[in-house]
Design a protein around this ligand. Structure first.
Ligand SMILES: [Zn+2]
Length: 443
């Protein structure tokens, strides 16, 4: 354990530490996760082995992985037992046999099991959740350690290879491309490979009695639900191909080679949630109502804003939610509803009447998913659009998703990009929108 406490404290980003305290270790990065899981829905029993391909970023004698509740039975580093490992609280600390120098690559294998539960955090619970008959993972922002040991910071993106064995009669879906299923005695193993780098909170697995409806377009679209929900889901999601083509035209090419999967659960879910290449909706949102359709657009837009281009630190959550909310207004405009300008005026009036204590570029953990952050974020994006004009605006969005493709980005980098490619000084223009609580007037 030598050096773990102080080194960890020094290396942490203080901003990140306020939003998702105690998660992530900056002394190493993970290039790939291989997860082999067995899950029994009836007993909510999960057994797993996680193999992490690790690269030390600093000299160290220990690594800390985030893991909530589940019991660790074995740890190997490069095939050998480490000097020791200890799982206390939500931290699995592995002390290496010899000091590790920066740049060293290691393979860390962790065997674990237990009954996964959502993990508590400052903004509520997130992570692995039992459904009526199956399970779902909704990890944003801190729930990834509820089902696998990870370096849980959004700046550490990795490739994933996930195998899930479930009892006959059940299916499993995860991020990325499906490999052929393998049938064993009593179980079926589903394997998914996510080639594009992914933040830990965007990894997901859904287990249930599933049917898949495929649409073999250039970007494959897939709907995964129960047999009972299939027809309703297909009808409610029928405009997704159009929506995807529209967003690709405005935001740049769809980022993920395996396409886009929409998971619809029989259970009602309070909110939908994005994962990489995949979004999760409760059956309650499978309607033609605008409040459901806008969320279909919102989650899809996260594939560009949030999943492909991911914040470095959680204070920048507006870079995900502001742009995804603005995509709702763009889709409204495109699909014959209210224009973005009308939505902007509507929400500006609403926000103007509410308390003004939100600083968009650093809202604090309590307000990071506040509805005002979404709407003010979208208003900021709209203000930029009306100031620079449509050509410059959509050109800028495409540069943004290209420059930071499958990587991370910050508000500072957005300000820089605006200054680089438009006549507007990005930092000066965004300052009243992002860094002061009073709501600026729309331009
Ligand atoms: Zn969102």
């Amino acid at each position: 354990m030598s050096g773990t406490g102080p080194a960890r404290a020094v290396q942490r980003d203080p901003v990140d530490h306020r939003y998702v305290p105690g998660h992530g270790d900056r002394r190493y990065g993970v290039s790939a996760y291989e997860l082999s899981l067995t899950y029994v829905p009836e007993s909510n029993r999960l057994e797993g082995t996680a193999v992490l391909h690790v690269r030390a970023e600093l000299d160290t004698t220990s690594l800390v992985l985030d893991l909530h509740r589940l019991r660790v039975s074995k740890v190997l580093v490069d095939g050998r037992r480490p000097a020791k490992f200890a799982h206390k609280g939500d931290h699995l600390t592995i002390t290496t046999r010899e000091p590790v120098t920066a740049g060293t690559e290691l393979v860390v294998a962790v065997t674990y099991s237990g009954s996964p539960r959502p993990m508590p955090g400052l903004d509520g619970e997130a992570g692995w959740e039992e459904l009526e008959d199956g399970s779902i993972v909704a990890s944003q922002p801190h729930g990834a350690p509820s089902w696998y040991p990870c370096n849980d910071r959004p700046s550490d993106k990795a490739r994933y290879d996930v195998s899930v064995s479930v009892p006959h009669g059940y299916g499993a879906v995860a991020n990325g491309r499906a490999e052929p299923t393998r049938r064993g005695a009593g179980t079926v193993t589903h394997r998914y490979v996510q080639d594009e780098p992914m933040a830990s909170y965007l990894a997901t697995v859904h287990v249930g009695r599933l049917v898949t409806q495929d649409d073999d377009a250039d970007v494959p679209l897939r709907i995964v639900s129960s047999r009972e929900e299939a027809a309703t889901a297909l009808k409610a999601l029928r405009r997704q191909p159009e929506m995807l083509a529209f967003f690709a035209d405005r935001f740049g090419p769809y980022p993920f080679a395996a396409g886009y999967t929409t998971v619809v659960t029989d259970d009602e879910l309070e909110i939908p949630l994005e994962a990489q290449g995949l979004s999760i909706f409760g059956s309650n949102l499978m309607t033609d109502e605008w409040d459901a359709q806008r969320l279909v657009a919102h989650e899809m837009a996260h594939q560009w804003f949030g999943n492909c281009v991911t914040l470095r630190t959680w204070n920048d959550i507006w870079l995900h939610e502001g742009f995804a909310c603005y995509a709702e207004w763009l889709w409204s405009e495109e699909s014959g509803g209210r224009s973005a300008q009308e939505w902007a005026e509507h929400h500006w009036r609403r926000l103007d009447a509410l308390e003004q204590d939100l600083v968009l570029a650093d809202p604090g953990p309590d307000l990071m998913f506040d509805d005002r952050l979404y709407k003010r974020g979208a208003l900021t994006v709209h203000a930029l659009r009306t100031t620079v004009g449509d050509d410059a605006f959509f050109g800028l969005l495409q540069l943004w998703t290209k420059r930071h493709r499958h990587s991370n980005a910050s508000t500072l980098e957005l300000e820089q990009l605006i200054s680089d490619v438009t006549d507007v000084d990005g930092a000066a223009f965004l300052e009243p929108w992002l860094r002061r609580p009073e709501l600026p007037r729309l331009p």
